[in-house]
Design a protein around this ligand. Structure first.
Ligand code: PMP
Length: 440
């Protein structure tokens, strides 16, 4: 599997070997490693519609969609056209641009935010939101929930989901005790834990940060009224509610997960974070919210935040074209395909006798093995599932041409490009995977 000096590696295994010599672990983001499922990660060279093609020329139906951004499928013609035009006009100006204004207005037209500040990653968005909350309240503590992932800034890595969960890490080395001590980690869906914490330390809490619906410990459906409870308890203690929709924004529904919770119940958070879909596959994210809080940002206020490539014109073009083409029909199609996928999955697992439950948040869902009795309501439930069934399940799907997230602690993503033939390929693969999971 090793490459010679003058032959570039072309198989997935050879690419992985070569990559490990120069890139830590061979990957540029740990969730891409096949750490919990085993084997060499697949190197992709091309994407179109619902499909990915790897370095060996094998095609897969993609159920990761770049971890969320590819709402319209890969290389949607309108997005690609917009990006081509933007590239021809210049890669980066380091100035204000008309397109960043249009994207900010588009976002503020879909969800109730007064101000939108573009950044390049979800990590920056949540980091900035935390700094804003501390600046606004002049308090230090932040409450987060075990199993929620908000990017890799120091204070938010305690008991984080996604790759931190996949690798069974309690947090991260390199985070100071002082920073860890300023993050209070509570179990998700647990109102009494919140009540106790606010009773004890309410005057010190700057914010509660929550995924609008957790999708990084697998999906965990917020219990009825839980998010509204978060809104109430933060408000009554003078703390802010930071609503992380990096993953769910403009994907869980047309108005994100807020459209299924706050919009229905009549409340709004103080600060929001977006990413993924608003960049349509290019690096863009945003922090947004009420004017009184957002206007504390420099240059208006004392809370500093900046970025050389923030609002990058090519990224703005991709995000604009994606959101402009995210019509009601697109969300209807994604909803229908996601439900169809769930039915197919449940059918195959039931047929093979694999105990499981499905957790859903709008168009997003995930499977958890061995959980049919109690379901999954928090991180402890997610960790207690039969995780060993996922590796054989994943590899059987991969072998049959379906690319799933290489970890059970992740949501499954579909796009509006997932058509009948893509669904048929998934349907053909599922029974093999279900039997492999049963045999584990
Ligand atoms: N918040 C949530 C809810 C996420 O899912 C993610 C990434 N998966 C982030 C924040 C961090 O975003 P990024 O990877 O762009 O830094």
């Amino acid at each position: 599997t090793s490459n010679t000096a003058n032959t570039a590696p072309t198989t997935n295994a050879a690419l992985y070997d070569a990559a490990r010599a120069v890139i830590p672990g061979g990957v540029n983001s740990p969730v891409r490693a096949f750490g919990s499922v085993g084997g060499a990660p697949v190197s992709m060279v091309k994407a179109a519609g619902p499909y990915l093609t790897d370095a060996e020329g094998r095609e897969y139906v993609d159920l990761v969609c770049s971890w969320g951004p590819m709402l319209l499928g890969h290389n949607h013609p309108a997005v690609v056209d917009a990006v081509h035009r933007a590239v021809d006009a210049g890669l980066s100006f380091g100035t204000s641009t008309p397109d960043e204004l249009r994207l900010a207005e588009l976002i503020a037209g879909k969800v109730p935010v007064d101000r939108v500040r573009m950044v390049s990653t979800g990590t920056e968005a949540t980091m900035t939101a935390i700094r804003l909350a501390r600046g606004a309240t002049v308090r230090n503590l932040v409450v987060k929930f075990a199993g929620c992932y908000h990017g890799h800034s120091d204070g938010l890595l305690a008991a984080a989901g996604s790759g931190v969960a996949t690798q069974s890490l309690p947090g991260s080395a390199g985070v100071t005790e002082a920073q860890a001590a300023e993050t209070l980690v509570l179990p998700y869906n647990d109102r009494s834990a919140l009540e106790e914490t606010f009773t004890a330390r309410g005057q010190e809490i700057a914010a509660v940060i929550t995924e609008a619906a957790p999708c990084n410990m697998g999906v965990v459906t917020p219990e009825e009224g839980f998010n509204q409870f978060l809104r109430g308890i933060t408000e009554s203690h003078g703390a802010l509610l930071i609503w992380d929709e990096v993953l769910t924004g403009f994907r869980a529904s047309e108005t994100g997960y807020w459209g299924l919770s706050g919009k229905v119940e009549g409340w709004t958070p103080d600060l929001w974070t977006f990413g993924k879909v608003i960049g349509g596959g290019m690096p863009t994210a945003a922090v947004a919210g009420r004017a009184e809080v957002m206007d504390l940002l420099a240059p208006l206020g004392p809370v500093y935040q900046a970025g050389t490539l923030s609002g990058n014109p090519v990224a703005m073009a991709a995000g604009l074209a994606t959101l402009q083409n995210a019509t009601g029909e697109v969300y209807d199609a994604i909803t229908r395909r996601s439900q169809q996928l769930e039915q197919m999955l449940v059918g195959a697992l039931t047929e093979a006798g694999v105990d499981h439950s499905i957790q859903r948040a709008g168009t997003l869902f995930s499977v958890a093995f061995g959980t049919s009795a109690g379901g999954v309501h928090n991180y402890a439930d997610a960790q207690a599932q039969d995780t060993f069934r996922y590796a054989p399940f994943f590899h059987a799907m991969l072998e049959h041409g379906v690319y799933l997230p290489p970890s059970v602690f992740e949501a499954w993503f579909v796009s509006s490009a997932h058509d009948d033939s893509a669904m048929e390929r998934i349907a053909a693969a599922l029974p093999h995977a279900a039997r492999a999971a049963a045999a584990a």
